[in-house]
Design a protein around this ligand. Structure first.
Ligand code: HEM
Length: 145
């Protein structure tokens, strides 16, 4: 890794942190978002069973993974290095596009509930929408099947 690269990485991380701070996003925001959102997901008639089947009684590690995932997105802190796609491919028999619509609806509702700023809400929703779209393209519209 060149010195230039790590300088750019440091700058990118600082820029991301400053941007997050300007939107009022803190580690607490991420933690509240994840805890509240998955509380709703577990209670949801359609999504709940899908998650229970995959996660069972190991929710703590999942919540921790999801906090690291969203922190890596908003703070560029490098704390998440997983591969989300395979985790969803294995759910394929159980999920349909409607589940993504529900997921996104609950995510938006949660951002309101935790009192995220309008800018923070827009930023989280934009990322969630783009990721959901890319998952769906690969899950439901793959030209390779
Ligand atoms: C229909 C919608 C969705 C369902 C049913 C779903 C379900 C799940 C389940 C059950 C897991 C745990 C898999 C396991 O540990 O075996 C998981 C992991 C994960 N999901 Fe989703 N998900 C959905 C949408 C999304 C979206 C839109 C995002 C991103 C914005 C997302 C991000 C992740 C990430 C980062 C993981 C962790 C993957 C890892 O282990 O590193 N999911 N999801």
């Amino acid at each position: 890794m060149s010195a230039n690269y790590s300088l750019r990485a440091t700058e990118a991380r600082e820029a991301a942190r400053a941007e997050a701070a300007a939107m009022g996003i803190t580690a607490r925001t991420v933690s509240d978002l994840v805890d509240t959102f998955y509380g709703h997901v577990r209670a949801d008639a359609d999504l709940g069973p899908i998650f229970e089947k995959a996660i069972g009684d190991t929710w703590e590690p999942h919540l921790d993974t999801m906090k690291r995932f969203w922190s890596a997105i908003v703070f560029h802190d490098g704390g998440y290095s997983g591969r989300p796609m395979p985790a969803h491919v294995k759910l394929k028999p159980d999920i349909a596009p409607e589940h993504f619509a529900r997921w996104l609806g609950l995510f938006e509702q949660t951002l309101d509930e935790i009192g995220a700023s309008e800018a923070a809400k827009a930023a989280f929703l934009d990322r969630a929408n783009r990721i959901a779209k890319s998952f769906q393209l690969q899950l439901f519209y793959s030209p390779y099947e």
